[in-house]
Design a protein around this ligand. Sequence first.
Ligand SMILES: [Zn+2]
Length: 235
Amino acid sequence: MNGRIKVIDLTQPIFNEMACWPGQLKNRIWTYNTHEETGRQYKMSFQTTAMLLNDHNGTHVDAPNHRDPKGKSIDQIPLERFYTEAICVDAREVKPDEYVTVEYVKAYLERTGLTIRRGDTFLLCTGHYEKYTNARMEYVLEPFTGLDGRTAEWLADQGISGFGTDAPAPDGWKSIAKGEFPADVTFNAKRGILVFENLCNLVKLVGKRFKFIAPPLKIVGCTGSPVRAMAILEE
Ligand SMILES: [Zn+2]
């Protein structure tokens, strides 16, 4: 078994002071029960950790109710949606002040022989995480590469189940600078497509087809959830 598959971790580390969208809750993680204090109370000591987490920090998935007030929450999405086939398109040559367009994606697919199949998760490698990491606020503040709204509509028309990126959002920086998120709104609020944000290590997957696994926590009513995202490559 181990000789035939390779697991690539696509998850950014979670820690205090990790990057977070301005105005949103920063994660806070601290030791709650310590070995020292429980050791005085019980025959055997134990330690626990407390966490205050934003459901949209770090590597996570957006539930439909993130942008659609009537949309489903994360606990209502079938687990099949988090276990799909996937392909990864390399967009590192597209600058943050340009968009990844339908034409770019079509040319890339043509060049690599990849195809989009219904039910796929479509991953976009922008190289943004490798450039900044989430240890510094530059990760969310510096321009990153993404889609225009027309390309999001086209991807939705191809029947994808999910879209993932190694940047903080699916949209191109020019849209975000205007306070507009046409790709995110198309996927999340209009077309029922799951959006996975803040992935990493996508550079290891460019031009490939593989299995994508990224199940959320079953938090009732939540607008998203941290995920442990991974790719399974068969060798
Ligand atoms: Zn989100």
